[in-house]
Design a protein around this ligand. Structure first.
Ligand SMILES: C[S@@+](CC[C@H](N)C(=O)[O-])C[C@H]1O[C@@H](n2cnc3c(N)ncnc32)[C@H](O)[C@@H]1O
Length: 306
């Protein structure tokens, strides 16, 4: 059995990505990778989207490799000129150790304690619980949210402080989680006692991963995850959390503010520290309650008046 793989990387204009990706999927029977199109909205690459993308296919490292490489070259040479900005560059083939490619990132994702009671545990790791632990099991798949990112961590800590220090140990409900990613914040909200949570994300893959993680954690009956547009959500929420980028938070500020119930909290994260003032200026009707910072990231917890 083959344990190593070959990655074939092709630089093409953005307009050609879908055509090439479809071709590679059909040729290889495997998924493709596309650089500079990250689901992680914290990648600077996604802010300055490039006109040239690298599309990567994955081939078995066996006798068929040379034949497949030639087919990719021929495809590029014949279809490439149909796309503006195309310049022929031979595809680059690199050998990848199977275990590195598929699993290496998992080596760095270990159980982590966050705040006083929350623990995030990757599904594939063992963890010895201690009394009072609220353990969130996560397999982030392609979605953002192992819980270890400072922006996620600060949201979790803020939610926990609201529950433990201000609300008698139970997070007020319903909770709204905007940009749910892997669903990590919604699961935490459920474990902190919230009886109903609405989780939304513009990315259908994130919603699919969230649904799996909700079921894994036994909280699917309390969390409704969907791609529903924030502007179309009814009702108001005593706790709203949104870990998106500063610019997007400000763009969504009216909708976010209108979803917060009187006396309710709004936790905003995904904010580079130098953008704190910019974000605060977008939420003038709310009062800043706390402002934790970690690495280059800031979290703002705001509160609505009664
Ligand atoms: C940085 S991730 C946060 C994931 C998770 N909530 C966490 O704290 O780890 C941001 C998520 O927001 C989603 N997103 C970006 N803009 C959005 C919008 N306008 N409405 C809803 N979701 C959005 C992205 O698809 C992504 O899954």
């Amino acid at each position: 059995m083959t344990t190593d793989w070959a990655e074939i990387a092709c630089d093409v204009p953005a307009e050609m990505v879908d055509t090439l990706a479809d071709f590679l999927v059909e040729l290889t029977g495997n998924g493709v990778g596309i650089d500079n199109m990250h689901l992680d909205t914290f990648s600077l690459d996604s802010l300055e989207d490039s006109s040239i993308k690298t599309v990567k296919g994955y081939l078995p490292l066996d006798d068929s490799l040379e034949d497949m490489r030639i087919k990719v070259e021929q495809f590029l040479a014949t279809r490439g000129p149909e796309f503006e900005g195309y310049v022929y560059k031979p595809p680059v083939v690199t050998v990848i150790k199977n275990e590195d490619w598929a699993n290496n990132w998992k080596v760095h994702f270990k159980p982590v304690r966050i705040g006083r009671r929350l623990v995030i545990k990757p599904t594939w790791e063992e963890y010895q619980e201690v009394a009072g632990d609220l353990v969130i099991q996560i397999d982030p798949g392609m979605a953002f949210g192992t819980g270890a990112h400072p922006t996620t961590k600060m949201c979790l800590e803020s939610m926990e402080r609201i529950a433990l220090d201000h609300c008698g140990g139970v997070l007020p409900s319903p909770v709204l989680d905007v940009g749910t990613g892997s669903g990590v914040l919604s699961i935490a909200a459920a474990l902190l006692g919230a009886g109903a949570i609405t989780a939304v994300d513009i990315d259908p893959e994130a919603v699919r991963v969230t649904q799996e993680n909700l079921e894994l954690n036994g909280v699917a009956d309390r969390v409704a995850a969907s791609t529903t547009d924030l502007g179309k959500l009814p009702g108001s929420y005593p706790v709203v959390v949104a870990n998106i980028l500063a610019e997007e938070l400000v763009r969504l500020s009216d909708q976010l503010i209108s979803r917060v119930a009187p006396s309710g909290w709004l936790i905003l994260s995904g904010i580079l520290t130098e953008k704190e003032e910019f974000v605060l200026a977008g939420f003038p009707s709310l009062t800043l309650v706390e402002n934790p910072r970690e690495a280059e990231w800031s979290c703002l917890t705001l509160r609505k008046s009664q």
